[in-house]
Ligand binder design. Structure first.
Ligand code: SF4
Length: 433
């Protein structure tokens, strides 16, 4: 009889891939099957995020809810970034939790399962060459980690403290995983790393030094593979060779996530981002001139300690110059064990909220203007999800989310779709071929 497993994943795509890894190990080695109802589960896993304070608060209220309604004898395991930085404290605050497994120790899931009150959170543990069993949430596309950890020291970011130093995964393992995905029918792969375009700087063993652009070239040689996406590249590592390959390689999807964080050189310096407003704009201009159809998304923080009105207006200025196709914007959230946590020139909460509203209002205006020009445009869409109300949705090559009337036969298929209606996050179209 297989045991029942319920997994809740918070946070980023890397957490989603880590959850798939844990499910694969538990299915293959412990005979678990995934279910959707945690009250029926023998094991409940919550894969956590620590990028801002709110997800951490949410964790303990959720744990309380799981504990109240879980099946007698069921275990609860806390994994991910909050596990890495809170460790033992989670067992103190939630004594009914069975184990704590850090974001860098995913491969130990079957070990901690059999130890009571295990806390495995070593952020220097190296599982970059661990051959995980295979499990995929979608048969149409697959996430592939190309590195673990991060070598940067952005002063606001907790990730280096929860995911450890950056180690690249050998290209042979990445290519093998991509081939396995394509052989199982997927036409798209999504490469993941904190700084994908810093790939190849350090491996745990002796490996050929391959940089990200070369990795993309090698993956593109996989015959039946049609689309390659990736996140996150770091603006600092956006050299000409990378932008050239991105623009000219037909298999690389023409959407680029470029985390700006701030448009002010003073704030970028305080954040230790390593680039300037001018460099960022220069990279965008090169990208747009070489690849006009490319869409660009970004991350922006407002209210970082010391951010003046002028600094904030620099962020607004970059938005006006670039006209991003999507932004992820947040008020600064002090994180433990980060340099900025101790910065004293804190921005007033009310001021930060006003800036966030102004930034998001401008973003909506830009998106509405851009999308209004898309009516009648035809995109090649790869259908991945079946929505309620008989809509099937997918993405264009340049990452526009598009839905059409249709049913599951379309899933995993490419079709040309003409846009007939627009929204801020999703476009509606009709199939033309
Ligand atoms: S590059 Fe900076 S923001 Fe990104 S994960 Fe690393 S430290 Fe965090």
């Amino acid at each position: 009889m297989s045991k029942k497993l319920f997994v809740e994943t918070l946070g980023c795509a890397m957490n989603s891939r880590d959850s798939e890894h844990m499910i694969a190990e538990l299915r293959e080695k412990e005979n678990y099957e995934v279910i959707d109802d945690f009250t029926e589960a023998d094991l409940i896993l919550i894969n956590t995020c620590s990028v801002r304070e709110r997800p951490v608060h949410k964790l303990f209220s959720e744990l309380g809810g799981f504990n109240k309604k879980k099946k007698p004898g069921a275990k609860i395991g806390v994994c991910g970034c909050t596990a890495s930085h809170l460790g033992e404290e989670i067992l103190k605050r939630a004594p009914y939790v069975s184990f704590v497994l850090g974001a860098r120790n995913v491969s130990k899931i079957t070990e901690v399962l059999h130890k009571d009150k295990a806390v495995e959170i070593d952020i220097n543990y190296d599982e970059s060459e661990f051959a995980f069993k295979d499990f995929r949430s979608s048969p149409f596309k697959g996430f592939i980690n190309i590195s673990i950890g991060c070598d940067k020291a952005c002063t606001f970011c907790i990730v280096p403290k929860t995911r450890g130093d950056e180690v690249s995964i050998p290209d042979s393992l990445i290519i093998r995983e991509a081939k396995r995905l394509v052989d199982s029918g997927a036409k798209e792969i999504f490469l993941l790393g904190q700084n994908v375009n810093n790939y190849g700087r350090r491996f745990s063993g002796e490996h050929e030094k391959v940089n990200f652009t070369e990795l993309l070239r090698r993956l593109s040689k996989i015959e039946k593979l049609q689309r390659i996406r990736f996140t996150s590249p770091h603006p600092f590592h956006m050299d000409d060779e990378f932008i050239q390959e991105f623009s000219t390689n037909p298999k690389i999807c023409k959407s680029m996530h470029m985390p700006l964080q701030s448009g002010s050189n003073k704030v970028l310096k305080d954040m230790k981002r390593g680039y300037t407003k001018e460099w960022f704009i220069n990279r965008v201009q090169m990208l747009k001139s070489m690849c006009p159809e490319a869409t660009i998304s970004t991350d922006i923080i407002v209210g970082f300690p010391g951010e003046s009105d002028e600094d904030f207006q620099d962020s607004i200025d970059v938005m006006r110059q670039v006209e991003f196709d999507q932004i992820f914007s947040f008020k600064y959230s002090p994180r433990p064990e980060t340099e900025a946590e101790h910065f004293t020139n804190v921005v007033d909460e009310e001021v930060a909220s006003q800036r966030l509203n102004e930034l998001q209002k401008l973003n909506n205006e830009i998106i509405d203007k851009k999308h209004s020009g898309l009516i009648g445009t035809t995109y090649e869409v790869y259908f991945e999800t079946l929505n309620r109300d008989n809509f099937v949705a997918g993405r264009s090559n340049n990452n526009r989310v598009i839905r059409v009337d249709g049913s599951e036969e379309l899933l995993g298929q490419f079709r040309n779709v003409k846009i007939i209606d627009i929204g801020r996050t999703i476009l509606t179209g009709e199939i033309v071929a």
